[in-house]
Design a protein around this ligand. Sequence first.
Ligand SMILES: NC(=O)c1ccc[n+]([C@@H]2O[C@H](COP(=O)([O-])OP(=O)(O)OC[C@H]3O[C@@H](n4cnc5c(N)ncnc54)[C@H](O)[C@@H]3O)[C@@H](O)[C@H]2O)c1
Length: 276
Amino acid sequence: MQEFSGRTAVITGAASGIGLGMARSFAKRGMQLVLADLNEELLQAAEQEFLDAGVEVVSQICDASKLDHVERLANTAMDRFGGVHVVCSNAGVGIPTSARNVKLSDWEWIINVDLWGPIYAVKTFLPLIEAQGEGHINATSSMAGLISSQMMGAYNVAKHGVVALMAATERELRAKQSNVRASVLCPGPINTNISRHSVDYRPGRGKPKNDNEKAGKLAGNIQSALEQGMHPDEVGELVASAIEEEKFWILTHPRWAKAVQKQLDAMVDEQTLTRA
Ligand SMILES: NC(=O)c1ccc[n+]([C@@H]2O[C@H](COP(=O)([O-])OP(=O)(O)OC[C@H]3O[C@@H](n4cnc5c(N)ncnc54)[C@H](O)[C@@H]3O)[C@@H](O)[C@H]2O)c1
């Protein structure tokens, strides 16, 4: 998509971190904003930031894992701005736990937010964008959508699903020679409050118990990697540029994707997960 100015962006998980970074980069390009999040306090603060900057903005409490909330969000965008040009299904949560020990309630919560959220976004918004004949739909996956690492059981599953969803969507759009594009954001470590927010929103609240010392250490390493991660505003800029340039893969740490190549080599040469 080449023209941003005067057009409308809808972002879920927009009140914090990467979603807020995307909203800032779209606002800089003259877009109107529809901000959606679960967290009322953070959402109000985000809306105020844009109002103060003279940006046309509307915000809505929305649980991205509920279809009726996502449909209401689309109605708000259409009623207020008469169109939707960029949609970023970005709301997400994650807690470090091993695949075999994730509680069922955590599986359901993570899959509902991280995978059903993007599915509902595609289902609800893609027909609106296609009816306009032009626009872009993006969803936030992760490097965990490309490689399943230890200690991120349910998160890996959801984020792999997001990559599959957006890749199929992009192929189908290209096959019918649509001007609409799809893309997937696969961040490496980004300095956001995802860990704290996820603990707050987790069913029953609280940190998961780590099954052993090694698992606890890995969870700690994930947290310190995030704290040293990229600034979320930088990610917002990468997303806006990728939409301009019609890229599909949006990688914040492209060198890390070499792990994908290594996994493919091991698969082709030895049919093992990693080389012996
Ligand atoms: N931070 C990282 O290192 C990193 C790496 C890879 C992928 N991601 C992904 O980036 C996305 C954004 O996360 P972030 O790091 O900016 O975290 P964040 O916690 O700063 O922002 C996420 C936002 O989503 C909101 N949210 C949570 N559940 C929601 C729901 N059900 N409905 C609506 N809003 C909800 C939160 O209130 C929060 O404002 C997520 O999908 C996450 O999985 C983050």
